[in-house]
Every structure is written in C-alpha cells, then in structure tokens.
Design a protein around this ligand. Structure first.
Ligand code: FMN
Length: 486
C-alpha cells in the first residue's frame, strides 16, 4: 500500500465499513498487520498508533489463536480526514476548521428515520444456543491490569424502551465472561441503563443487541450524548442525508444497522451480575474497582464472513481517541456558547492531553470588559461538550486554541493568577473523576482568563510575530537547516 496522500471528501459515499476501508486505503491511511497477540500486545500496538493525531488506521488479521480473517480495526477514526469522511464533511485544513465545519453541520441535522431492509451480509452466518462461543471472535486484553478481555470497546449497544418504544444506541464497554456471556457496564444516566431498568421494573429481562463493527458513522453517534428520546440511528441518517438501513435482529426484534459486521443478541436480567473490571479508562487510569455488574446472556450471534471488529480501547491521553472526542465536542461547546448569546468566539478546542474533555481553550475577540470571564464561566458550567471538564482557558483571537504551546505562552504572558483565575466550587462530577475524593459527587472548575487585560487591550505590548510571507520565504531558503517538524 502506498503512503501517498490522495484525497477523500464528503463527495465520496460508502455504504458499509468495507467500502469505507477501501476509500481510506485509497487515501493511504490504512495499514494491515498480521500475527498480533490479542493478549496485551494488541493494546501496546494501540497505544503506539493512537498516541498522536492523524496516524493511519490499522487492520489486524491472523491474530494469534484466532481464525484468519477475523479482524480487529484499530485507530479507525484517528485522523480528521477519516472523521470527515464518516461525517460527510469536506476535508478540513486544520483542527479548528474541522470544528467550524462540524459545528455548522450540527445546526442543520434533522432526524431521518431508519428504514428496514430484508437482507444484509451480516445474516450470512448465525449461531444460536449451545453452539455459541463468543471466544471465536478476537477479544483483546488491552491493559496489564484489565479485569479480563474486552471484546466491546468500539461497540454499539442497542436497546428499546418497553414504555414508549424509543430505540437507543450507546457505547458501553463489554467484558467477556465466558462463551456466552458479556458484561453490560453502563454508567448512571446512560440511556441503555435507563431502558434496562424499565424492563426490570416490569419484571422482564432487557433484550439487547451489541454491534461489533459497522459504518463508523453509527459508532460516532453511539458515543455522542444526544438528548433522551433520540434514536441515534435516525440522527446518523440526518448526518448522512438519507436513512440508515437496518435489519430486524431475529432474537430481540431490535433494529440493527445493515452495515454491521457482527451482532451479539441476548438478554440482561435483574440480579444477574458478575464481577467486572477494572478497565483502563479514557482518563488514563483504571477507572473503577472490580465490582458486580449486569450481564448479557447471549442467545444469538450474526456475523459476516471474515468479520471486522472495532477495537477502540481508551488510551492514556493524549490519544487519537481524545482527539476525536475533542473534534466532536468542541463544536457542541461552541454552539452552546453561541446559543447562550455569547459572541466574538473564534475557536474552541478540547485538548487531547485532557482526554478531549477536561481541558478546554476558547479564543475570543474581546468586545467588552468581563467578556472573557463570561465565556469561560458559561463554558465551565456546560455539560454538553465537557461533562466533567476541569480547566477552561480563554485566550485572545490571535492565539490558536489547538496549539498548546501558544496557549501556554498566552497564559504565561497575558494572565496573572490573582487577577485572572476564578474557581467555581461544587460543580458536577463523574465516577471516573480521579481528581476528587472517591465517590465525591462534586468537583470544582478553574476558569483562567489568559487574554490581554481589557483595560490595557490597546496599550498591551506588541507581540513579536514574524510576517507569514517573509517566514515562508525564509523556510524555503533555509528550511534544510531544521528538522522537518520545525
Ligand atoms: C470508546 C468509548 C467507550 C465508552 N465506554 C463507556 C462505558 O463503558 N460505559 C458508559 O457508561 N459510557 C461509555 N462511553 C460513553 C458513552 O458511550 C456516551 O456517553 C454515550 O453518549 C452514551 O449513550 P447514551 O447517552 O445513549 O446512553 C464510552 C464512549 C466511548 C467513545
């Protein structure tokens, strides 16, 4: 495969993961490797390729001990080009440009109901009853201290409310408990968990379908925090501009994407618990102690020939996963700020090193005294993009919020802690918040105004900046003296 850069764009359409992979391969962004060990080595490979932005996707085949053709795809969405392809966006110039494009697109999305089709390659193979052995599929142990193999990391968990029929798709990790059982770890407030509780209240087990690998767009929406009552399949249709095709999963009757590579269907009954975790989480820590968690008893598996499973382990930040979350959520935060009536916002970026959630930078053109603080405080209290966000830095519009070094320069030269820092106490938290005491329900936020002080905005020392045209000329003439990165 050549590493040459070809372009893929919104104009390129695809119908499933395999067509998507062909486009990615054409663009030089796919590598294939054989013989990776699913026990830890695959986690090490994932750490390597997912450590920084814009590395290629890696398709692992012939994993040790796994039938050839049963593949795991790593780092699928680890570049803004692949993310743009999946979201049907034009190719962006840089991170903030992507955020701008996605932010505008989000405003136009209206739900398009999914449509049922009669056939899909995923129905080619079906196992049921005593023939079920999920261990045939690659189930990696990603980290040294994980509580077991996790087959579901980039999965889409589909449930239906028994009360009003609302179909939800969410990404919740799935640990392997044996040949026919999977963990079903959904944090409080997750919609799949809500559905599960509704079934249990009626004294019935919750039917559930876990999709391992499908159109990357469906995975993206599965991990977006959409409002309760929204069917993510219909939201994906809104992004595509045409309905997502689904088939009816025969055991549960749930709609599952026709693009699915593998669908595990089963039931989760109240009180049916097994020890689950710990698991290396997106914060860079083992997120939770081993604890009893609900189980899915598998009744049926559908799969394509040579299925491709999405491997999406959380990597210690910075990571391409955090980058993807940063790209997606920065747009939501930006829209939130504008919908709150705030103007002058020139860029928003949730940094990878903060897991795409905990450290946000917003650039503004200051219009009035207090403008920067106002933007920072509204952002710090916003649950849309940054549920347990910790630090919000506001910079002037000459600073690129996605360039951490420029941001640090602005902090160091334009702010003064005593004047510039505001602490918001008793804010909301999450169970994965390592910075507060175990089981604390509150955390605090720091808002840092790293803009030029408004009262000195016109007399502030002039920044030493090189003229871009002259600099381009110098680079052309003298560039051989520095490493390519510089
Ligand atoms: C790769 C990945 C793994 C995730 N794993 C979990 C998980 O194990 N449990 C959980 O509650 N949320 C997890 N999340 C977050 C949820 O998927 C996300 O909040 C999603 O919006 C939940 O859908 P819901 O709002 O329909 O419940 C994960 C997100 C990603 C991107």
């Amino acid at each position: 495969m050549s590493g040459t850069e070809a372009s893929i764009s919104a104009a390129e359409s695809y119908k499933d993961l395999r067509e998507w992979l062909s486009l990615v391969e054409k663009a030089g962004e796919l590598r294939c490797v054989d013989g990776v060990e699913p026990d830890l080595e695959i986690g090490e490979l994932a750490s390597l390729v997912c450590h920084s932005r814009n590395n290629p996707a890696v398709l692992c085949d012939r994993l040790k001990g796994v039938e050839g053709g049963y593949r795991v795809l790593l780092n699928a969405l680890g570049s803004r080009r692949r993310l743009s392809l999946s979201l049907r966006l034009p190719l962006p110039e840089d991170e903030v440009h992507f955020v701008r494009l996605w932010k505008e697109k989000v405003k136009t999305i209206s739900l398009i109901p999914h449509v049922k089709v009669e056939s899909s390659p995923v129905t080619k193979n079906r196992v049921m009853g005593k023939d079920i052995d999920i261990r045939r599929f690659p189930a990696p142990t990603w980290n040294l201290h994980d509580g077991g193999p996790y087959i579901g990391t980039g999965c889409c968990v589909i449930t239906r409310s028994p009360e009003d029929g609302w179909v939800n798709v969410g990404t919740y990790r799935a640990m392997l408990h044996g040949p026919d059982a999977l963990g079903f770890y959904a944090e409080p407030g997750r919609h799949g968990r809500l559905h599960r509780e509704q079934w249990w209240k009626q004294g019935k087990p919750c039917p559930v379908a876990v999709v391992l690998g499908c159109d990357p767009l469906v995975f993206i929406v599965s991990s977006l925090n959409l409002p309760a009552g929204t069917c993510e399949l219909d939201y994906a249709g809104g992004i595509k501009g045409e309905p997502v095709e689904t088939i009816e999963e025969p055991m549960t009757g749930l709609p599952v994407p026709a693009s699915a590579e593998c669908v595990i269907a089963g039931e989760s009954a109240e009180g049916d618990l097994l020890a689950e975790g710990p698991f290396g989480e997106w914060t860079g820590y083992y997120g939770s102690e081993r604890s009893p968690q609900p189980v899915i008893r598998i009744k049926s598996i559908l799969y394509r020939d040579e299925p491709i499973i999405f491997g999406r382990p959380p990597i210690k930040p910075p990571s391409s996963q955090a980058h993807t979350q940063g790209l997606l959520r920065s747009a939501l935060l930006w829209n939130y700020l504008e919908s709150a009536g705030l103007t002058g916002i020139k860029g928003v970026w949730l940094h990878e090193a903060g897991g795409g959630s905990l450290f946000s930078v917003i650039s503004v053109r200051q219009k009035y005294p207090g403008h920067a603080t106002q933007v920072g405080i509204v952002a710090a209290q916003c649950g849309v993009g940054i549920r347990n966000g910790r630090y919000v830095v506001v910079v002037d519009d000459d600073i690129d919020p996605a360039d951490l070094e420029e941001v640090v320069w602005a902090i160091c030269t334009r702010s003064d802690p005593e004047r510039s820092a505001q602490v918001i106490r008793r804010s909301f938290s999450s169970p994965l918040d390592t910075g507060v005491l175990p089981n604390a329900v509150h955390s605090s936020r720091l808002v840092l105004d790293a803009c030029k002080p408004y009262e000195r905005i016109h007399s502030f020392p002039q920044a030493v900046k090189t003229d871009p045209e002259r600099m381009a000329r110098a680079r052309k003439k003298w560039g051989f003296l520095v490493s390519p990165k510089e």
